[in-house]
Every structure is written in C-alpha cells, then in structure tokens.
Design a protein around this ligand. Structure first.
Ligand code: MCA
Ligand code: AMP
Length: 535
C-alpha cells in the first residue's frame, strides 16, 4: 500500500502537535489537528462516492479548509481540480463538464448560480464556505477522524489544472504524484527549506504557485505557513517580522516597495524572498536590494511543468534572469521552426524535460502531441537565451499571452467573447505595460458597419461573463484592424499605436491607481471605456 505524495507530504506529520498554519487572527492549526480534519474530509469524499481517479472540481475561497480539501483528495486518491475564484458561472461550466468532475464544491454564496452547471454535467454539488461552513462541512463534521490512505502510483494523477490556450479552449494539465513530489523535493533542496521556516503565504491556492510551489515545499520541509486569505499590504507588513520566507508574484514586491513602512528592520527575520509567475523587472530587484539588503530570488515555471529554473540560493542572483535548471531538470533553447538546439547566446524557444513535466492534456491527445515531444521535452512557448555564465533569460513569449499580476490571460478567449457582442465586427486584445500588474488588457474593437458600439453595454457584458482580471482596462475603437498580406492581425502594430499613446503621469496610491494621458485621437474612447480609472 503506497501513496507517494501523501506518504512524503502529510504522513510524516501525523500526531505532531506543532504549528502548521498560523492564521491572521493569531490562531494556530497544528499538523495533528489539520490531519484529523483531512481524514474526516477524506471520509466525506468517500461517503459521496468519490473514488480514486475521480475529479473533484473546487471553486471556493482560500481558507484552511480549502487546504484540508487538497490533502483529503491526495489521501483518498481523488484528482484535485482547483478553479480561480474570480471565474464567473459562464466560465466555470466548461471546466466541470470537460473534466467530468464527480463532485463540484462551490462557495456557499454561489450555490444557486452554479446549480444549473451541476445539473447539466451530472456532478454532485456541495458547498464549502471560507468560514468552514456549507453542506460539505456539515457532512465532514459527522465523519470519523481516521481514514484509509488510497493506494496510488507515481504516475497516477494527483491534480488537474486548467491553463488557457492560444486557441481559446482551456487545456487541463494532468499532473501526477511524481510531478508534484519531484517539484517539492527540488525546491526544498534548491531553496534550503527546513522545519524552522515560516512562509508568509498570501498567494491564491488555485494555481501552481500558491498550492504546489509554496504549500508542497513547506509540507515536505516540515515548516509552517502564515496562511492569509489574500495579499493585503497592511497584514503583510504586520506579520512579516514573524516570517522567514515569502513567495510572491512581482506585484507583491512592487507594492511592498511603494510603501515607506517596508524597511530593512521589518524584513530582518526574513532569509529569502522568492518571485515568479511573471517577469520581475531588474529595477525592482535592484530597488529591493537597496531597501532591504535582500536579493529577490527569481525562478521560472509553468502549470504544465511546475518549476524549471531558479536563481541560486548561494551565489549571484542575477537580476533579469531566472537562473539555472533545477536539479533533475534539463533545459534547451531551440529553433522554433526546426526544433534544433541553438548555440549558447541565441534566442529560441525554451524546451524542458524532467520528472516535473506533466503527463499531457486531459482528453486532448493532439494538443499533447503538439507540445510534448516523444522524447519527453515540453515546448514551453517562452523565448529565452542562455548567457555566457549559463544564466537563463526569458526574453519574450512565442505565445499570445498577457500576464497580469501573475494571472495568465489569453487574448483569444477575450476576443472570441467580444466578437459575439452587439455592434462588434471583430476585436483584437493586446497587453499594455501596467505599473501594478506588470501588464494589463487593452481591447481594440471594430464596429459592425455603421453600428455604434455601446461601451457601457460592452463593459457590463464583460463583467457578467469574464473573471474581473480579464476585463479590458482600456477599450479602443478603430475602423479596421491592421493585417498583413496573409490576413493575420498585426498585434505589434496595435501595440505600437496604443502603447505609444499611453503615458503614465502619476501613481497616486499603493494600488497603482494612476492617470493616463493619451493621444488626442484615442482619449475619448479611453475616457468612455473606463471613466476615471486605469488600474
Ligand atoms: C485582481 N484584479 C486584477 C488582478 N487581480 N486585475 C488584473 N490582474 C490581476 N492579477 C482586479 C479584480 O478583478 C478587481 O477588479 C480589482 O483588481 C480588485 O481585486 P482584488 O482581488 O482586491 O485585487 P488585489 O488584491 O489587488 O489582487 C492583485 C494580486 C492578485 C494580489 C496581484 O491578483 C494575486 O494574488 N495574484 C497572484 C496570481 C498567482 O498566484 N499567479 C500564479 C499562477 P474590479 O475592481 O474591476 O472588480 S501559477 C503560474 O503562473 C506559474 C506556474 C508560475 O510560474 O508560478
Ligand atoms: P502558467 O500558464 O500560469 O503556468 O504560466 C506560465 C508562464 O508564466 C510561463 O510560460 C512564462 O511565460 C511565465 N513565467 C513564469 N515565471 C516567470 C518568470 N520568472 N519570468 C518570466 N515569465 C515567467
């Protein structure tokens, strides 16, 4: 009987009355209490008919119970399928249907809104609220605090994480027990996590970063986490003196730097700040070092691969680079056309192979073949080079992708939606630089004949159907999209036209609310699409 992931991450902590989660109100959940709840939840999953290999789709707020649920899925062999809490019901139905989820756990406040999804897909629906309430928790409370550990093999699925695609349809990345365990092992070693570490955890737990990179690593090391519902600057500043490490997206670090309360003293107990999910500007790295004496350690990964590279713990953490391949991981830079490995210093597509690389896309064998080579190398779509000292630099993306505050946004998905709206003939979505989120979404619309585009109606439709982070912050209207001879939309040209016109004037708050001055020709549309705010 074995379950490699449970055996490595959770079983060693059974019965230990030492802290695992420190909550914002000062209360503490010990490993032993956490694991008793895991058993109760695993029994509740069994009661609901969930068996090993069944998908459990989860759309709930971050809470200790949400983390217990992840562990309970590992223990009972279910496949954990976390979904961004910002998704609207219109977005959720695809994931529940595509995955064939047996159980769909939603927030208590959205039961009514998502009931039609459960009815249409045949998933059993239960609720779990951020306060530990809901129909699922009522059931959990009746269960025994002891449960069996389901037998799983290293190549069995532990999680299914959807990542959007350039064609608009999200792809479920199948992550095995071995993928997740090898990732945690590499990071404990690379970043020297120990039982004494206290991680300041303010990331969401529906993505690889907050769930696997942060949580699995701490579990394997046996450390504890200050487990916060979200990134709230005041809370972070209050609790940082109790932490030894933090993991965040670049926005976390620019927000800290924007606050004068963030000082060397405040960070004096910290041994390591780690950044990833989006490029950390070299200027942020330098400013952070000047303010605190700490060199942020930047690493690089993907949903499909967990972590691929990291700057060194000991040795130079080079700004603007993502360091070297992690232990056990192979990286090569390839010609995008031929796949041939390029000489050092040349820019090409980064390919990666190792125990971290996923098993393929759920029910998408063709997509899997397109991106995962037979020899095991995964084609990331990121453009990179290896410098003379072996440091890897991500220099761009071969894929049409916007990363806003660490969330990936695929323009195609938004374009497909905008194209369905009244008055819109076609659309193009591009990313624009943003001081808080790194990049943000700009939509360019072409009216249908003489029809006028009602921007209020567009905004309302977007809000009702798409997660807030995907909402275009600026909408432009133009007569026709620039195309090349093949008819392909020239997004570079759009970027030049509109980025050139968007000039930052002033940052007026920690949240990056700032004013924009734009070319006279487009000012009207910006004002109409997002009155008074671009942020
Ligand atoms: C929130 N909003 C955003 C974003 N987040 N808009 C654009 N981009 C965002 N990232 C919008 C909301 O829709 C809302 O809009 C308004 O901002 C306020 O929402 P709130 O939740 O209060 O925002 P926040 O607290 O300021 O959140 C910003 C954040 C958060 C802290 C940067 O987005 C965050 O925690 N990001 C981390 C994402 C992450 O974990 N990524 C890892 C992916 P409105 O006012 O219009 O309603 S894993 C990955 O990428 C790979 C594997 C890797 O390498 O790690
Ligand atoms: P996701 O699909 O959410 O897993 O996002 C993965 C993508 O985030 C990668 O393919 C990169 O484009 C980007 N990414 C992650 N970490 C970094 C980093 N440190 N620097 C630049 N891009 C990054």
């Amino acid at each position: 009987m074995a379950n490699p992931l449970y055996d490595a991450l959770f079983a060693p902590h059974e019965g230990k009355a030492i802290p695992f989660l420190h909550l914002a109100d000062g209360s503490v959940i010990t490993h032993s209490v956490f694991l008793e709840q895991v058993s109760q939840m695993a029994n509740a999953l069994g009661y609901l008919g969930v068996t090993p290999g069944d998908r459990v789709a989860v759309h709930i707020d971050k809470s200790p119970e949400a983390l217990v649920l992840y562990a309970a899925c590992v223990k009972s062999g279910a496949v954990f399928l976390p979904l961004n809490t910002a998704y609207t019901p219109a977005e959720l139905s695809y994931f529940v249907e595509d995955s064939g989820a047996k159980l769909f756990l939603c927030d208590t406040a959205e039961v009514e809104a998502v009931t039609p999804i459960a009815e249409a897909t045949g998933a059993s629906l239960h609720s779990l609220g951020a306060k530990g309430d809901g129909s699922f928790m009522d059931l959990v409370c009746t269960q025994s605090p002891q449960s069996d550990i389901a037998t799983r093999g290293a190549s069995d699925l532990a999680a299914l994480l959807y990542t959007s695609g350039t064609t608009g349809r999200s792809k479920g990345a199948m992550l095995t027990q071995a993928n997740l365990l090898s990732g945690a092992e590499a990071l404990v070693e690379a970043w020297q996590f120990t039982v004494s570490d206290v991680l300041l955890h303010a990331l969401p737990i529906f993505h690889t970063h907050g769930l696997f990179v942060a949580t699995n690593t701490l579990l394997l090391a046996g450390g504890s986490m200050i487990f916060l519902p979200k990134f709230d600057l005041d809370t972070i500043l209050r609790l940082m003196p109790k932490a030894t490490t933090m993991m965040g997206v670049p926005t976390f670090y620019t927000r800290l730097l924007d606050d004068a309360r963030f000082t060397t003293d405040l960070a004096s107990e910290m041994r390591l700040f780690i950044s990833g999910s989006a490029p950390l500007l070299a200027e942020t790295h330098v400013q952070f070092e000047q303010r605190t004496g700490h060199h942020i350690l930047e690493r690089y990964g993907m949903t499909e691969t967990n972590m691929n590279t990291s700057n060194p713990y000991d040795g130079e953490r080079r700004a603007g680079t993502v360091g070297f391949a992690l232990p056990g991981v192979e990286i090569k830079i390839c010609d995008p056309e031929t796949g041939a490995t390029l000489p050092q210093g040349e820019i090409g597509v980064l390919e990666v192979r190792g125990p971290n690389v996923f098993r393929g896309y759920w029910n998408m064998p063709e997509k899997t073949r397109e991106e995962l080579r037979e020899d095991g190398f995964f084609i990331t779509g990121d453009l990179a080079l290896i410098d003379a000292d072996g440091y890897i630099q991500i220099v761009g993306r071969g894929k049409d992708l916007i990363i806003s505050g660490g969330y990936n946004i695929y323009p195609k998905e938004i374009e497909l939606f905008l194209d369905t709206l009244p008055g819109v003939r076609e659309s193009a979505v591009i990313g624009a630089p943003h001081p808080d989120f790194g990049e943000s979404v700009v939509a360019v619309l072409v009216p249908d004949g003489d029809a006028s585009i009602d921007l209020d109606a567009i905004n309302a439709a977007v809000r009702a159907n798409l997660a807030g982070f995907k909402r275009p912050r600026v909408i432009e209207i133009i007569d026709a999209l620039p195309r090349n001879a093949m008819g392909k939309v020239q997004k570079n040209q759009l970027r030049e036209t509109f980025w050139g016109g968007l000039r930052r004037l002033k940052r007026s708050s920690q949240f990056g609310v700032f004013e924009l001055r734009c070319q006279a020709a487009i000012a009207l549309n910006i004002a109409a699409s997002d009155p008074g705010r671009f942020g």
